[in-house]
Design a protein around this ligand. Structure first.
Ligand code: PKZ
Length: 226
């Protein structure tokens, strides 16, 4: 079986071959994801007795089976948002249909700054009382990548450097800001930070994105490939 056949007639790397869904279905799935986020936190925090836990586990398994009655192999996409970028609805950071995404709400601002607003709950705890550093790295990587895509050359993360200034609190509104600092051919450099309420920077990051050769139009000359 070819890769295309395995993907139900679609190739997975090409956006035009993904399944595209409309606003109404995306909103409905976003509502479902929001309920599952609540469920996830309830699982982490519950103090109900063991018989109740077993009963709920059975019900959740039954709900999963209902959703799996008709399923795709790959996540769907949606048409361009107001910032002109294709929306990966199931992004683990910004995807509102993905229950593991906080999700981060993104705005592309004047001056090339890409701003994200989000709140992390107890599910994302790392050191007791604070957010896991890998989670803030995940958010920063995505925001740096979006800045590269909107203000530089879209690409894959080649390097990501983190600097944790102070612990990031959960349960409060957080802001992340990212911007491109320079581009060199296929490479885009960007910087970003997370702000806690009151404007204190908790984490800073810099990254380099490289546009992979398979993303360049066929026939691109050697001098343009660097
Ligand atoms: C267009 C794609 C879709 C984008 C759509 C946008 C959608 C909207 C945004 C979504 C935002 C998502 C944000 C999350 C982004 C991820 O999570 S990406 C996933 C994590 N990253 C990866 O998996 C990348 C894995 N690595 C690779 O695939 C390849 O190493 C790379 C990065 C594509 C580079 O491969 P390559 O093109 O063969 O690179 P190569 O020709 O060797 O080097 C090119 C240049 O880069 C430099 N370089 C390469 N790697 C490194 C490195 N690690 N350290 C230092 N320098 C390096 C080389 O030295 C060279 O420099 P020059 O000699 O030209 O000065």
């Amino acid at each position: 079986m070819t890769e295309v056949e395995a993907a139900g007639g679609r190739t997975i790397g090409r956006l035009e071959d993904r399944r595209w869904i409309g606003e109404e279905r995306a909103a409905q799935l976003a509502e479902l994801a929001a309920r599952v986020r609540e469920l996830t936190e309830a699982v982490v925090l519950t103090e109900v007795d063991s018989a109740e836990i077993a009963a709920v586990a059975e019900q959740v398994a039954a709900l999963t089976a209902r959703l799996n009655a008709a399923r795709d192999q790959y996540p769907p996409m949606a048409a361009e948002g107001t910032n002109g970028m294709v929306r990966q609805l199931a992004s683990p950071v910004t995807g509102r249909i993905n229950p593991i995404a906080p999700p981060v709400t993104v705005t592309v601002c004047e001056g090339g700054v890409v701003r994200g607003e989000f709140t992390l709950n107890t599910v994302y705890e790392g050191p007791p009382g604070f957010v896991h550093g890998g989670v803030t790295a995940l958010v920063l990587d995505q925001m740096l990548g979006l800045a590269a895509a909107s203000g530089g050359v879209p690409g894959l993360t080649a390097t990501l450097d983190m600097c944790y200034r102070r612990p990031t609190p959960y349960g409060v509104p957080l802001t992340v800001e990212a911007r491109v600092t320079r581009t060199e051919g296929r490479k885009t450099f960007a910087e970003a930070h997370v702000l806690a309420p009151g404007g204190k920077v908790t984490v800073e990051a810099t990254a380099m994105f490289v546009r992979p050769l398979f993303q360049l139009p066929q026939g691109t000359g050697a001098s343009e490939r660097n």
